[in-house]
Design a protein. Structure first.
Length: 134
Protein backbone atom coordinates (compact mmCIF):
# COMPACT_ATOMS: atom_id res chain seq x y z
CA UNK A 1 0.00 0.00 0.00
CA UNK A 2 1.07 3.60 -0.45
CA UNK A 3 0.22 6.94 1.10
CA UNK A 4 0.40 10.57 0.08
CA UNK A 5 3.13 12.59 1.79
CA UNK A 6 2.73 16.33 2.22
CA UNK A 7 5.63 18.77 2.57
CA UNK A 8 4.53 19.83 6.06
CA UNK A 9 5.25 16.35 7.37
CA UNK A 10 8.52 16.04 5.46
CA UNK A 11 9.80 19.30 6.96
CA UNK A 12 9.43 17.83 10.46
CA UNK A 13 12.11 15.28 9.59
CA UNK A 14 14.59 18.10 9.01
CA UNK A 15 13.92 20.29 12.02
CA UNK A 16 14.12 18.62 15.45
CA UNK A 17 11.96 21.29 17.09
CA UNK A 18 9.12 20.49 14.70
CA UNK A 19 8.65 16.87 15.63
CA UNK A 20 5.15 15.46 15.42
CA UNK A 21 3.48 12.13 15.94
CA UNK A 22 2.13 12.27 12.37
CA UNK A 23 5.64 12.78 10.96
CA UNK A 24 6.94 9.88 13.03
CA UNK A 25 4.06 7.68 11.85
CA UNK A 26 4.75 8.59 8.22
CA UNK A 27 8.44 7.77 8.60
CA UNK A 28 7.56 4.37 10.10
CA UNK A 29 5.25 3.66 7.17
CA UNK A 30 8.13 4.27 4.77
CA UNK A 31 9.74 1.10 6.11
CA UNK A 32 7.11 -0.99 4.29
CA UNK A 33 5.29 1.39 1.95
CA UNK A 34 6.04 4.00 -0.63
CA UNK A 35 4.96 7.60 -0.39
CA UNK A 36 3.32 9.33 -3.32
CA UNK A 37 3.91 13.02 -3.93
CA UNK A 38 2.91 15.52 -6.61
CA UNK A 39 5.75 17.28 -8.47
CA UNK A 40 5.06 20.39 -6.38
CA UNK A 41 6.39 18.57 -3.30
CA UNK A 42 10.02 18.90 -4.47
CA UNK A 43 9.66 22.66 -4.87
CA UNK A 44 7.94 23.02 -1.51
CA UNK A 45 10.70 21.11 0.29
CA UNK A 46 13.42 23.18 -1.33
CA UNK A 47 11.58 26.39 -0.52
CA UNK A 48 11.18 25.36 3.13
CA UNK A 49 14.91 24.70 3.32
CA UNK A 50 15.84 27.95 1.58
CA UNK A 51 13.58 30.07 3.79
CA UNK A 52 15.09 28.46 6.87
CA UNK A 53 18.62 29.01 5.54
CA UNK A 54 17.81 32.69 5.18
CA UNK A 55 16.54 32.76 8.75
CA UNK A 56 19.78 31.18 9.96
CA UNK A 57 17.99 28.08 11.16
CA UNK A 58 19.83 25.65 8.90
CA UNK A 59 23.09 25.73 6.95
CA UNK A 60 23.17 25.10 3.19
CA UNK A 61 25.28 21.97 3.74
CA UNK A 62 22.60 20.59 6.06
CA UNK A 63 19.90 21.37 3.52
CA UNK A 64 21.87 19.51 0.88
CA UNK A 65 22.39 16.56 3.22
CA UNK A 66 18.66 16.45 4.00
CA UNK A 67 17.83 16.43 0.30
CA UNK A 68 20.26 13.57 -0.25
CA UNK A 69 18.75 11.64 2.67
CA UNK A 70 15.16 11.97 1.52
CA UNK A 71 16.15 11.03 -2.03
CA UNK A 72 16.96 7.58 -0.62
CA UNK A 73 13.46 7.09 0.75
CA UNK A 74 10.74 5.28 -1.23
CA UNK A 75 9.05 8.46 -2.40
CA UNK A 76 7.50 8.34 -5.87
CA UNK A 77 6.46 11.36 -7.88
CA UNK A 78 3.05 11.09 -9.52
CA UNK A 79 2.46 13.40 -12.44
CA UNK A 80 -0.86 11.99 -13.61
CA UNK A 81 -3.21 14.26 -11.66
CA UNK A 82 -6.22 15.31 -13.68
CA UNK A 83 -6.14 19.15 -13.79
CA UNK A 84 -9.94 19.40 -13.89
CA UNK A 85 -10.38 17.11 -10.88
CA UNK A 86 -7.74 19.08 -9.01
CA UNK A 87 -9.57 22.34 -9.68
CA UNK A 88 -12.92 20.84 -8.68
CA UNK A 89 -11.49 19.53 -5.40
CA UNK A 90 -9.91 22.92 -4.67
CA UNK A 91 -13.27 24.60 -5.20
CA UNK A 92 -15.24 22.01 -3.28
CA UNK A 93 -13.01 22.16 -0.19
CA UNK A 94 -11.88 25.80 -0.45
CA UNK A 95 -8.24 24.77 -0.82
CA UNK A 96 -5.33 26.33 -2.65
CA UNK A 97 -4.54 24.37 -5.77
CA UNK A 98 -1.22 23.45 -4.16
CA UNK A 99 -2.99 21.65 -1.32
CA UNK A 100 -5.58 20.25 -3.71
CA UNK A 101 -2.76 18.57 -5.65
CA UNK A 102 -2.14 16.32 -2.62
CA UNK A 103 -5.85 15.67 -2.18
CA UNK A 104 -6.32 14.87 -5.86
CA UNK A 105 -3.47 12.40 -5.74
CA UNK A 106 -4.95 10.76 -2.64
CA UNK A 107 -8.39 10.48 -4.22
CA UNK A 108 -6.95 8.99 -7.42
CA UNK A 109 -4.86 6.46 -5.47
CA UNK A 110 -7.45 5.87 -2.71
CA UNK A 111 -4.57 6.49 -0.33
CA UNK A 112 -4.30 7.97 3.15
CA UNK A 113 -2.54 11.32 3.55
CA UNK A 114 0.22 12.37 5.94
CA UNK A 115 -0.26 16.08 6.55
CA UNK A 116 -0.14 18.65 9.32
CA UNK A 117 -2.27 21.09 7.32
CA UNK A 118 -5.66 21.27 9.02
CA UNK A 119 -7.59 22.41 5.96
CA UNK A 120 -6.13 19.62 3.87
CA UNK A 121 -6.79 17.09 6.64
CA UNK A 122 -10.46 18.14 6.80
CA UNK A 123 -10.76 17.81 3.02
CA UNK A 124 -9.12 14.37 3.09
CA UNK A 125 -11.61 13.20 5.69
CA UNK A 126 -14.52 14.76 3.79
CA UNK A 127 -13.49 12.68 0.80
CA UNK A 128 -13.68 9.56 2.96
CA UNK A 129 -9.94 9.03 3.21
CA UNK A 130 -7.71 8.59 6.23
CA UNK A 131 -5.33 11.18 7.66
CA UNK A 132 -2.19 9.54 9.02
CA UNK A 133 -1.69 10.21 12.71
CA UNK A 134 0.31 8.56 15.47
Amino acid sequence: MSFVLDASVTACWCFPDEQSAAADAAMRRLLDEEALVPPLWALEIRNILLVNERRGRIEPEDSNAFLRDISLLPIRFRTDADPQSLLELARKHNLATYDASYLCLAVQASAPVATLDRSLARAVQAEGLQVIAA
